[in-house]
Design a protein around this ligand. Structure first.
Ligand SMILES: Nc1ncnc2c1ncn2[C@@H]1O[C@H](COP(=O)(O)OP(=O)(O)OP(=O)(O)O)[C@@H](O)[C@H]1O
Ligand SMILES: [Mg+2]
Length: 207
């Protein structure tokens, strides 16, 4: 099972939104995609229901951990599991990071977001997971000077350049219909989500 976990200790960074986009993107290259919502808020599960509760991607229910979810569906080699997590408590995020082949960390370009990224960076360091991380600057409005600061902050941790996802109203608009942004007619959004998925696949394949 290829496990991709969204992680961030800051609320509202875009974990659930990007989880939905990644689930749809994964469908293009993988026959089986599973969704696991470890956040009691249940946004990821709600999106799946808005999508009509399809058999693929399939929501795994009543599994409190990644290990339990894998036991439920069986470890089918090429299948992908996208895992959404809450922004706390830390031990829950820590456990999910440990069980994942790739960890996607979204960061919004804001002072408090940058300050509070220390906590998730510490979890990554504790798990020796640097090589399994894909970092994202999310909601990067073109004219926002803090975008460059967020990119510099990420680069200072030695993980290379982040994927940059723009602030587009189509992201939430798509969610409302149980869709992902790349299923709407937005070429630029399609391109940035494809780049994000390529980075995730690169990590999963150990490149
Ligand atoms: N790239 C984007 N452009 C515009 N809006 C976005 C983008 N990404 C996320 N949003 C919006 O930002 C808000 C927070 O996103 P989301 O719920 O995905 O974050 P989260 O990290 O899952 O939050 P939580 O910590 O509460 O689970 C939502 O209203 C979402 O629609
Ligand atoms: Mg969420």
């Amino acid at each position: 099972m290829k496990i991709v976990t969204m992680a961030s200790t800051k609320g509202g960074s875009g974990k659930s939104t990007l989880a939905c986009c990644l689930a749809v993107e994964a469908m293009a290259s993988h026959e089986r995609v599973y969704l696991l919502d470890l956040d009691p808020q249940g946004s990821f599960a709600a999106w799946w229901r808005m999508r009509g509760g399809p058999a693929n991607p399939q929501l795994i229910r009543d599994a409190p951990t990644i290990a339990a979810a894998v036991r439920k569906v069986g470890d089918t080699g090429d299948a992908v599991m996208i895992v959404d997590t809450p922004n706390g408590p830390l031990d829950r995020i820590d456990k999910a990071i440990d069980a994942s082949g790739c960890v996607v960390i979204p960061l919004q370009p804001g002072p408090f977001d940058i300050l509070s990224s220390d906590a998730v960076n510490q979890l990554i360091a504790d798990n020796h997971a640097q090589s399994r991380v894909v970092r994202v600057v999310n909601r990067a409005a073109k004219k926002n000077p803090l975008v460059a600061e967020a990119i510099a902050e990420i680069e200072s941790h030695g993980g290379g350049s982040p994927i940059v996802i723009e602030d587009r109203h189509l992201y939430p608009t798509a969610m409302l219909d149980g869709k992902a942004v790349q299923e709407l007619r937005s070429k630029p959004a399609k391109v940035e989500i494809a780049a994000l998925w390529r980075a995730v696949e690169g990590v999963l394949n150990g490149k």
